[in-house]
Design a protein around this ligand. Structure first.
Ligand code: SAH
Ligand code: SF4
Ligand code: F3S
Length: 441
């Protein structure tokens, strides 16, 4: 067995997935090989998430499974990367005997060193956070494909009271605009067709006065045949300039992920979200004027401390008013070290579950209605691959990020843009007919 075969599993947000590609880039530079088969690996890395308790429980279960591998191959090095590394640090090594290295998001350059020491039987922890690290010069390891992501900034300074991210990812810092644009160009040369610019709050991107709107426009101009997406926007600093940048570039997708979290101003204040529902709804209205046809998705938390039925009802009202195309919906999960952790988690579990289910049901109904209204219309889809359910169909996504499925045809291949007519829809999928290739540039 090659001594340096690395297997990595990624949990959590897209930024963690982008980080895993960085980590593989760093390790490949030092002579490691990447494997998709855990049984061939002697370095097993889990890139972890701490955002909610169930995310961490998943990793603990996974570690229990990995005991078997460690038993069969005691030389194997097991490493915890990502947000749990930052949050639990020493505890992971002390309590989970099989863990050899614990390395947080700003110390990945030193990972090869830690792994080498672990081969020599030495356990290691690297969890310092940095004010400057952006991995600007690292070329991530990416397999060929259609879609890629690029982290354009790291960290978060918002300190929403429920959220562990500012503690696990450290202070906000931006990568240089030029290096991002160069990476987009090189993705375009490799025939990638879509790139998602990532950050916990991309609207506060700042490279010596060049803001996120400048960055988006520069990326869109550098690769006119590519779709440019981005996430996440915080409602506090979504600028008019950004909305116009989206409107003025055909290849910047008309889709904004704009987490609202709650529909109640009292709860928003306790969450330290720094906007009111009135501000939020004005923003949606303005965006719809500037970018006709723009669609929105959101994040919602059910059962934040002190949330009443009235607060919950206000969340449902906002959902009905905005009519999100999609939503990520969660039960509040107390995280040690955050401000909300000192508030009493006083909404009983069964009420949290009931409220969450009401939110999920409503969103499903809204998504269904929006998708039904698209029947008979034409949509341009970027072809991503064969449909999961049938070889006879292809699947891709619309500009507004909806999954669309349509019949295969000889003149259409993965990476093409096609126009389809929508004939049927569920809350999650559009079904189309008569695909025709279209030129985009
Ligand atoms: N930076 C992004 C989101 C980061 S985390 C933003 O500001 O919107 C993704 C989502 O997880 C959050 O939007 C929030 O809805 C949810 N989340 C974060 N902490 C949580 C917690 N303690 N309990 C439940 N959901 C949480
Ligand atoms: Fe967490 Fe708020 Fe930062 Fe998003 S903006 S990562 S929710 S602290
Ligand atoms: Fe999870 Fe860390 Fe992302 S906590 S959501 S992996 S920033």
């Amino acid at each position: 067995m090659n001594k340096n075969n690395v297997y990595i599993e990624t949990y959590g947000c897209q930024m963690n997935f982008a980080d895993s590609e960085l980590v593989m880039g760093i390790l490949k530079n030092k002579g490691f090989e990447v494997t998709r088969n855990i049984d061939e690996a002697n370095v097993i890395l889990l890139n972890t998430c701490s955002v909610r308790d169930n995310a961490e429980q998943k990793i603990f279960h996974r570690l229990d499974h990995l005991k078997r591998i460690k038993r069969e191959n005691p030389q194997a090095v097991i490493g915890i990367l990502g947000c749990m590394a930052e949050r639990l640090r020493k505890r992971l090594i002390e309590e989970k005997k099989i863990v050899d290295v614990v390395v947080g998001p700003d110390e990945y350059r030193r990972l090869p060193e830690y792994i080498d020491h672990a081969f020599g039987g030495e356990k290691g922890i690297g969890v310092k956070l940095s004010r400057t690290e952006t991995y600007d010069d690292i070329i991530p390891y990416r397999e060929d494909g259609i879609s890629a992501w690029i982290s354009v900034m790291r960290g978060c300074d918002k300190f929403c009271t429920f959220c562990v991210v500012p503690f696990t990812r450290g202070r906000e810092r931006s990568r240089s605009l030029d290096s991002i644009v160069n990476e987009v160009k090189s993705l375009s040369e490799r025939n990638f067709k879509e790139v998602t610019l990532l950050g916990q709050n991309v609207n506060s991107y700042n490279d010596n006065g060049r803001d996120f709107a400048d960055l988006l426009s520069a990326c869109a101009d550098a690769a006119p045949e590519m779709r440019i997406r981005f996430t996440t926007s915080h409602p506090q600093d979504l600028s008019d300039k950004l909305l116009y940048a989206i409107a003025e570039h055909d290849n910047i997708c008309n889709y904004i992920h704009l987490p609202v979290q709650s529909g109640s101003n009292r709860i928003l204040e306790l969450m330290n979200r720094t906007y009111t529902i009135e501000h939020y709804l004005n923003l949606i209205e303005k965006a719809r004027k500037i970018i006709p046809g723009v669609s929105f998705s959101t994040d919602i938390i059910a059962g934040f401390p002190t949330e009443t039925e009235e607060d919950h009802r206000m969340t449902l009202e906002v959902m009905k008013e905005v009519k999100y195309d999609g939503a990520y919906m969660f039960k509040y999960s107390p995280r040690e070290g955050t401000k909300a952790y000192s508030m009493t988690d006083d909404v009983p579990e069964e009420i949290k579950i009931r409220r969450l289910n009401e939110i999920i049901d409503l969103q499903q109904q809204i998504s269904y209605e929006i998708n039904q209204s698209l029947i008979g219309k034409e949509e341009v889809v970027l072809v991503e691959g064969v449909s999961k359910k049938s070889d006879e169909f292809l699947s891709g996504r619309t500009d507004t990020n909806k999954v669309a499925v349509f019949p295969k045809s000889d003149d259409i291949k993965v990476g093409d843009y096609v126009k389809i007519e929508i004939t049927r829809a569920t809350s999650a999928t559009l079904f189309g007919a008569s695909p025709v290739p279209v030129e985009v540039d």
